[in-house]
Design a protein around this ligand. Structure first.
Ligand code: GAL
Length: 412
């Protein structure tokens, strides 16, 4: 009898899924090399809802530099994508939620029993005035240094543990004829490097104080960050602004550089695209001076107000937040699941390292990847780094950032 009812229930669910039709547009910057993890999730969606046409709308460009501009035009022009990739934290709440553009997803979290399936701190990041506004699919780590173990052995160097040590290893490598010990890419990857230098020089508390208004950008401690950053840039390739993050990683693989600081989507690239074995084909360590601290960011999806295919989006979000969805997406992406009940057997050695760190490290937010500040500040920050990278004018950079932080309400 029980079996009969279970079969009936399963049949009802299947017909519900089949009845689901129309379209679903998913907007993100996970194009090309960054695509396989998203595709795994879309494949699962297509399996559950075969009659829904999924439009995988991607705008190429690491860290969403281009996608975010397109998104802004669409959101302000009244043409929101059905669901879009957005970083948990200020990029979501300080930008789209306070502008009243997103639907409250608290009922979905309650229905799906998610309130105790995601870490409380993460739920806080996607909440505003007690309501929840997106579904996190992963946790990425920003402060990671990548290298090729065999190459380091050839050069006779170890992964440096502090930025001072890094600068000394940089000199050693230069004296061995390596022009650019550090591989660097386009502008946003320079900001990405900056946040690791800032964390390494300031430590977790002062780094966090930059984003809660307790430490001003022209404080002498921050001056030290810029001085170190300038010297670290001197270790990098001169053609950085023309390289994507993947091309910068490639420079480490082909031995033109020894190190690259990049988020752990690099682990996804190195394993999924390059087919390398973690620990052999590539190695990793905390960015210098940041052991014991996990600079986090999280990709999430939300439901903009006024979308065309609301019911399909809710089913998409259900999948994004499910254990099955997260365990399909994250092994290929390099990130760890946002949920606390992942099937650990599906993950490789890098992921296991990151999972351990996530449990025991101090957590701090990434600025470049939307956790710490809203979009307008991120744009000002990008401009300041651009100017610094060409002119190395510490005082002018401070003045620009003090103003930007004030404009963004980060500091008085
Ligand atoms: C980050 C994003 C990651 C990855 C990376 C490189 O902002 O959170 O998932 O896509 O950019 O594009």
């Amino acid at each position: 009898m029980r079996k009969f009812f279970l079969t009936l229930a399963a049949a009802a669910l299947t017909s519900l899924a089949l009845a689901q039709s129309g379209r679903l547009e998913i907007f993100s910057w996970w194009a090309g090399d960054e695509g396989p993890a998203l595709q795994a999730l879309i494949d699962l969606y297509k399996k559950r809802y075969p009659n829904v046409e999924v439009i995988n709308a991607t705008v190429t460009g690491g860290a969403g530099v281009n996608a975010k501009a397109v998104l802004k035009t669409r959101m302000l022009g009244g043409d929101p994508p059905d669901s879009f990739q957005v970083h948990a934290g200020q990029e979501l709440t300080g930008t789209w939620v306070i502008a009243d553009r997103m639907e409250d997803l608290t009922p979905l979290f309650n229905q799906e029993g998610w309130m105790n399936r995601f870490p409380k701190g993460l739920i806080d990041l996607i909440s505003y005035k007690g309501k929840i506004y997106s579904v996190p699919v992963n946790i990425h780590r920003s402060n990671v240094m990548w290298y090729v173990p065999a190459k380091l052995r050839e050069w006779g160097v170890q992964p440096p543990k502090t930025w001072a040590e890094f600068l000394s290893v940089c000199q050693t490598l230069k004296s061995k004829g390596l022009e650019a010990p550090l591989a660097l890419g386009e502008n946003w990857t320079q900001q990405h490097l900056w946040e690791s230098v800032a964390l390494g020089v300031l430590g977790a508390t002062d780094y966090t104080n930059l984003w809660n208004g307790k430490l001003r950008f022209n404080d002498p401690k921050v001056v030290a960050v810029w001085n170190t950053f300038g010297r670290v840039l001197d270790c990098a390739n001169k053609d950085a602004s023309g390289l994507s993050w993947q091309q910068a990683v490639d420079r480490v693989l082909d031995g033109s550089s020894a190190f690259n600081i990049m988020g752990d989507w690099a682990a996804g690239y190195l394993t999924t695209t390059k087919g390398l074995k973690p620990g052999e084909g590539f190695g990793w360590a905390p960015a210098p001076g940041t052991a014991g601290v996990f600079m986090m960011l999280s990709d999430s999806f939300g439901l903009p107000k006024g979308v065309k295919n609301r019911a399909n989006v809710l089913n998409w979000l259900r999948l994004v937040g499910s254990k099955e969805g997260q365990d399909a997406f994250n092994p290929a992406k390099g990130s760890i699941p946002a949920r606390i009940d992942a099937d650990i057997t599906k993950y490789g050695p890098y992921h296991k390292w990151a999972m351990e760190a996530w449990k025991k490290d101090k957590l701090v937010p990434s600025i470049v990847h939307g956790a710490a500040a809203k979009l307008s500040f991120m744009t000002d920050f990008m401009n300041a780094i651009n100017v610094f990278a060409t002119k190395k004018d510490v005082a002018a950079t401070h003045a620009a950032l003090v103003k930007a932080a004030k404009d963004a309400g980060l500091q008085k």
